[in-house]
Design a protein around this ligand. Structure first.
Ligand code: SF4
Length: 379
């Protein structure tokens, strides 16, 4: 990044810090991890907040603290319980890493206190290490996430086009370190993130009431929203077929194996291959739903077809789960929503129908008898 824009801004750092901290201390949101703060609350919140908004995290954080109030309780919990508490937050490797982190911390003679030590622990990158150690141990480490990149790019009106937010974060890290309030690094970092989250919005930033407006080169250009300059993302289109197989009140799900990188032990509707079905036949089954979602650089269209259950043994990696017991297993967030939606729709259709006989096989999913245990994995 050009030296002049950064150095002009760095020269005013003491005044900027005072304005930023005064605003933060007067206006910060009352968040549960900021009330009676503890290392445990900070670590859990930082893991949950990775790629996730505060409003989404709040109910998960409350449930988590109730169920697993400290590192010892988390370390002792079975992974299935940890994943269940995380269900719907996505990026499940965070939950598994947090679990492993608690187990490793419990085995250490003392808490690590520096960013370098924290980066040795599972799931802790530069940002999380800086956040945890600056908030909990006043380590002079600057946090640079997407919010902070946006704020710094606007404060300096940085015109460089970055490949993505991660490469921009690397470039802005020296500036973030140069303007860090070393006497209060935890408050400073939280103030920068708070400013990005509540004032310096991606669209329509609240420049008129911004506490650091006088330091902002971006607002003086008249187009603060044009910063940071990020190259347009190229999205790749992908199509995925999923199958809906029911047998005697149980639904066939695929459970990713324990060593899987992203979805270990998480259940999802299977693809035809995972259900040992012919993909060409599967797409001939009635279409129950079409869902679209974006994951990283992929735009994925998933179609869910109702098909007859596979013959013979339960396919490897698949499990039959009673519809009445779906809440007992951990489903990925989107699949939980899709399954709930399909079941509710079919139940509503069944209730609406006055005919005693069901118009089609799928209309009585919730009202079928509960199968015996032997039905769970029918041969
Ligand atoms: S003045 Fe506007 S663009 Fe600049 S930091 Fe504040 S909210 Fe962001």
């Amino acid at each position: 990044m050009p030296r002049d824009s950064a150095s002009v801004f760095t020269a005013s750092a003491p005044d900027f810090q005072r304005a930023l901290l005064a605003w933060y201390r007067a206006s910060a949101r009352a968040l549960p991890w900021r009330e009676s703060p503890s290392l445990y609350k900070t670590v859990v919140s930082e893991f949950m907040l990775q790629q996730t908004q505060v409003k989404t995290v709040l109910p998960y954080f409350a449930r988590w603290l109730d169920a697993l109030p400290n590192f010892a309780a988390l370390a002792a919990a079975p992974e299935s319980r940890v994943l269940k508490l995380w269900e719907g937050l996505g990026y499940y490797s965070r939950a598994r890493n947090l679990h492993k982190l608690a187990q490793q911390l419990n085995a250490l003679p003392a808490e690590p206190r520096t960013p370098a030590e924290w980066r040795e622990l599972p799931g802790v990158g530069p940002y999380t290490a800086a956040a945890i150690t600056s908030i909990s141990f006043s380590a002079p480490a600057a946090c640079v996430d997407g919010n902070v990149v946006r704020v710094l790019a606007r404060l300096t009106a940085e015109a460089t086009e970055f490949r993505d937010s991660a490469s921009a974060a690397k470039v802005f890290t020296p500036l973030a370190e140069a303007i860090l309030t070393v006497e209060s690094p935890g408050d400073h970092n939280q103030a920068m993130m708070e400013l990005g989250a509540t004032v310096c919005f991606r669209q329509n930033p609240l420049c008129l009431t911004c506490p650091v407006r006088v330091f902002c080169a971006g607002v003086r250009t008249g187009e603060p929203e044009s910063f940071p300059r990020l190259a347009a993302k190229k999205m790749e289109q992908r199509s995925v077929v999923r199958v809906w197989c029911e047998r005697r009140g149980a639904l066939l799900l695929h459970r990713a194996e324990a060593g899987a990188r992203r979805f270990a032990n998480i259940h999802e509707l299977p693809t035809p291959e995972q259900a040992s079905l012919d993909p060409k036949n599967a797409v001939r089954g009635p279409l129950l739903a079409t869902k679209r979602r974006g994951i990283t650089r992929f735009q994925i269209t998933e179609s869910i077809h109702e098909v007859a259950a596979p013959r013979g043994k339960t396919p490897a990696g698949a499990v039959w789960v009673r519809v009445a017991e779906l809440n007992d297993v951990t489903l990925s967030g989107p699949h939980r929503r899709w399954i709930t939606e399909i079941l509710q729709r079919e139940t509503a259709r069944a209730i609406k129908s006055s005919a005693p006989a069901e118009p089609r096989r799928a209309t009585s999913r919730l009202s079928r008898r509960r199968p015996s245990d032997a039905d769970r994995t029918p041969a």
